[in-house]
Design a protein around this ligand. Sequence first.
Ligand SMILES: Cc1cc2nc3c(=O)[nH]c(=O)nc-3n(C[C@H](O)[C@H](O)[C@H](O)COP(=O)(O)O)c2cc1C
Length: 348
Amino acid sequence: MKSKEGFLTAPEKTLRSGGINDMLDARVILAPMAGVSDAPFRIMCRRNGCGFAFTEMIDVNGIFYKNVKTLKYLDTLPEDRPLGVQLVGADEKRMLEGAMLCRDKGYTVIDINAGCPARKVVKGGKGAALLKDPAKLGRIIGLISSKLDVDVTVKIRAGWDAESANYLEVAKIAESEGAKAICVHPRTREEMYRGREISHHPTREIKAAVNIPVFASGNVFCAKGAEDILRSTGCDGIFVARGALGRPWIFRAIGASLRGEASPGEPCLDAIKTAMADHFSLSEKWYGSFLTVKRMYKHVTWYLKRYKNLNAVMESYRAVKDASSFEGFLRAIELDGRKMVIAEKVRT
Ligand SMILES: Cc1cc2nc3c(=O)[nH]c(=O)nc-3n(C[C@H](O)[C@H](O)[C@H](O)COP(=O)(O)O)c2cc1C
């Protein structure tokens, strides 16, 4: 870890580890996902082979105002390592202050969100809006890199829209201001998440143009897809986002494929039920029963969406109130071919 004169010292180093080196070692990384990449989900992914994860994006204004919910996003567990934090914001001073708190909590990788396309984010000049002001993005990266002993990374999109796609300019500025890695989601802000097919050519061009590690993000849904992206872009690693929803074992599959091992295959319904029970239990310890029942709804939908009759099954989720009724909900699900049916005898 670098050491520069004038660095503010970190009182607590609970998360201290190898910074960007941990990302390079892992190669396959759980992407930041607002509302999804919380500690329980990250641990599910880690138990399934994920070697590095990011928090969901954390707004530095929430840190500034000591918003309890925002500060909770920074919390983690010993099993949840190595972990990077992602900050979203527009004000340079607040970004530095937010980064200082993260550094004090022991984070060694701090990612700057320059890709979030959500209207409420960009209207405050944050997320993908920073692509319209690369000089400002550069100042944020430069400020944090020069003041704090952390590895700053930046997650970008190809540009605001097709006409103003400025990814090479942004990547070069980020590198010159001290970013230690760049993650590229090659859609523009205007494209949001549209299009099942995307081209990773911006990632390939950036990889050829800069001397810092480059990670690819976008449409990593299977081991073969991951390998294709790594090969075609020459990048140093990949971020997995939607491909991990209801499928945390995607990390095991990609890892096996990269090591040249046989595919572990897709889990059967019983294994998926076990995963859901584990996820529920982790979440309950983290949030308590009430919030867990609400938060797990979407995860259960993702876990089960490979089977038919999902709507009817999710209707029966209404009866879930706690861990024991969740167990009953799971017990009741049976398979008739690819179709799920609810067994009457254990209906909750
Ligand atoms: C539900 C959801 C939440 C997301 N939240 C964030 C976020 O907080 N920060 C960020 O940089 N990207 C966020 N993203 C974008 C992903 O990290 C990723 O770049 C994008 O989904 C493309 O990858 P994929 O095709 O593998 O999903 C989010 C994506 C999804 C689906």
